[in-house]
Design a binder for this molecule. Structure first.
Ligand SMILES: [Fe+2]
Length: 157
């Protein structure tokens, strides 16, 4: 059993694992320009999200209700799946990778829901900068979800 992270740590781990996965997929030679663009975009945004979370970690940990045990558990197991896929992607077929990505789209949805909660809490505390930053990140997650479903549905095998 892995040691559970606390609070925002689990979200940092998720963003970091996603950044690693999409950077790995970007480097695989057999994807076309559209898929590569999507992978690079998600890798760069996830890296940015991770940096912002590290900067804001103390502040976000005060919003204790957002990262409850259930959400932490979901982030942890998702991060593990993402890390596993990063390691195995180089030996997998494109079909198999897309199948996995379809499952991992739920990662973008989970992240979106978490950022929406932070956004709401920040609004309650009148922290305008945090509201705007969380709004930007949540919009990125929605875009990632749309980009992923678009390349997945446009790929025929
Ligand atoms: Fe993200």
């Amino acid at each position: 059993m892995l040691k559970m992270s606390k609070g925002v740590d689990a979200l940092i781990k998720l963003e970091s694992s996603l950044a690693g996965l999409y950077a790995t997929l970007f480097r695989l030679s057999y994807f076309g320009i559209n898929a590569k663009t999507v992978f690079q975009k998600i890798a760069m945004d996830s890296m940015e999200h991770e940096e912002l979370l590290r900067l804001l970690e103390k502040k976000l940990d005060e919003y204790e209700t957002v990262m409850d045990d259930e959400v932490i558990g979901l982030c942890e197991s998702l991060s593990e799946e993402v890390i596993k896929l990063s390691k195995e992607a180089g030996r997998m077929s494109v079909e198999k990778i897309y199948e996995k990505l379809r499952e991992l789209e739920k990662g973008e949805e989970l992240a979106y829901e978490i950022y929406e909660k932070y956004l709401k809490e920040a609004g309650n505390k009148n922290d305008q900068i945090l509201v705007l930053i969380m709004q930007g990140i949540a919009e990125d997650e929605q875009l990632h979800d749309r980009l992923l479903s678009t390349i997945i549905s446009n790929t025929r095998f």
